[in-house]
Design a protein around this ligand. Structure first.
Ligand code: FE2
Length: 305
C-alpha cells in the first residue's frame, strides 16, 4: 500500500470479476471501480450480495464515495453502479466513447426512441487524459481502446486500474472481437500502459487462473513487460494481432453478453418497467456469434482472455 491511497479488491467468483474500492487516505474520499450486480440467468433474478460487500467495506471505513468508475461496458456481468449510487452516492462515469457502444447495441437490441445513445445515462463522460480528483488525490482517465472502443484505464497515485486491457501475466489480454473491438488498437493501448513507470501497480478487472493457481489481480508494469504471455517486451504489433485474431476466432460468445450490455449501456439501470411494473431483457435471435453447432471442438468456455 502506498501512503496516499488504499486499494481494496473484491473478487466475484461467479463472473471472475474484480471490483475495487480505492480511497484517499488523507480525506477518506473514495472511488468504486467496476461494481457487479449479481444476476441469475435461470430465474432472471438480480441480487446485490457482491455490491453489498463493497458497501459494507465503505461503511466500515467511513468512506465518502465520490466516483463510481466503469472501465468499459462489460459483457460478462451486469454493472452494480446504479445500486452503489443509490446506496452510497457518487457519480457514475465512463469513457466518452461509450456513445459509440450505445449506438451499436441500440441497433442490436432494436431499442426504441426513448433510449438515447448520448451518454446521458451516466453522470460524467471522461475524455482521454482528463484529470479528476478523489478527495485530495489526483487521478487521470486514459483511453485504452481495443477490447471495446470505449475502454478507459484510471491512474491514481502509483496504481492503474486497467479494466480488461491487460490480465495477469499468465493469462495475457482480453479478446478484441466484440463490436468495435480492434486487436491493433488493443496492442497500442497495452503499450501505452506499459510505458508507465515500471513499479506502477496494475489492477485487472478479471482473473481466469490457469493451472489451479489462486485468483490474483495485482501486478506491475515490470512484471507484465517481462512475462505477459501475449504482450511481453519483444512481441511485435503484427505478431500480437495474428495471435489475438486467431484466438478470438475460437472463443464463444460470453454467457451474459446479451443480458449485460442492455443494462450496462444504461449505467447499471434495468430497462424501464413495462405497464405491469416489470423490467424485461431482450434477446435478439440469430444476431450474435456463429450458427449453432459450428463452434470448433474443444472451444474454451467463453472467457475473455
Ligand atoms: Fe470486458
Amino acid at each position: 500500500m502506498s501512503a496516499r491511497a488504499t486499494v481494496h479488491a473484491f473478487f466475484d467468483d461467479k463472473t471472475w470479476t474484480v471490483s475495487y474500492v480505492v480511497s484517499d487516505n488523507a480525506t477518506h474520499c473514495a472511488a468504486v471501480v467496476d461494481p457487479v450486480l449479481d444476476f441469475d440467468m435461470k430465474s432472471g433474478r438480480t441480487s446485490t450480495e457482491q455490491a453489498d460487500r463493497l458497501l459494507a467495506y465503505i461503511r466500515h471505513n467511513d468512506l465518502t464515495v465520490q466516483w463510481i468508475l466503469e472501465t468499459h461496458a462489460h459483457a460478462d456481468h451486469l454493472s452494480g453502479a446504479r445500486y452503489i449510487k443509490e446506496q452510497a452516492g457518487g457519480r457514475i462515469a465512463i469513457g466518452e466513447q461509450i456513445t459509440q457502444v450505445q449506438s451499436t447495441f441500440k441497433r442490436l437490441y432494436h431499442l426504441d426512441r426513448h433510449f438515447l445513445p448520448d451518454g446521458t445515462q451516466f453522470d460524467h463522460l471522461f475524455r482521454d487524459g482528463e484529470i479528476f480528483t478523489i478527495g485530495q488525490m489526483e487521478a487521470q482517465a486514459v483511453l485504452v481502446p481495443g477490447h471495446t472502443p470505449a475502454d478507459m484505464a484510471y491512474l491514481m497515485d502509483d496504481a492503474a486500474f486497467v479494466g480488461d486491457t491487460l490480465f495477469m501475466p499468465d493469462v495475457g489480454t482480453a479478446r478484441a472481437d466484440f463490436p468495435g473491438g480492434d486487436a491493433r488498437q488493443l496492442y497500442r493501448s497495452v503499450r501505452r500502459l506499459l510505458a508507465l513507470p515500471e513499479r506502477t501497480r496494475l489492477f485487472v478487472c478479471h482473473d481466469y487462473p490457469p493451472g489451479g493457481r489462486a485468483p490474483a489481480w495485482e501486478t506491475t508494469v515490470a512484471e507484465q513487460r517481462a512475462r505477459n504471455i501475449h504482450v511481453h517486451d519483444g512481441v511485435s504489433e503484427d505478431d500480437f494481432v495474428r495471435m489475438r485474431t486467431a484466438r478470438d476466432a475460437t472463443l464463444e460468445v460470453p454467457t451474459l453478453i446479451l443480458p449485460s450490455l442492455q443494462v450496462n449501456i444504461r449505467a447499471g439501470q434495468l430497462p424501464p418497467p413495462e405497464d405491469d411494473g416489470v423490467s424485461y431483457l431482450k434477446i435478439p435471435l440469430n444476431v450474435l456469434g456463429r450458427p449453432a453447432g459450428s463452434a470448433a471442438a474443444g472451444t474454451p468456455p467463453a472467457a475473455s482472455p
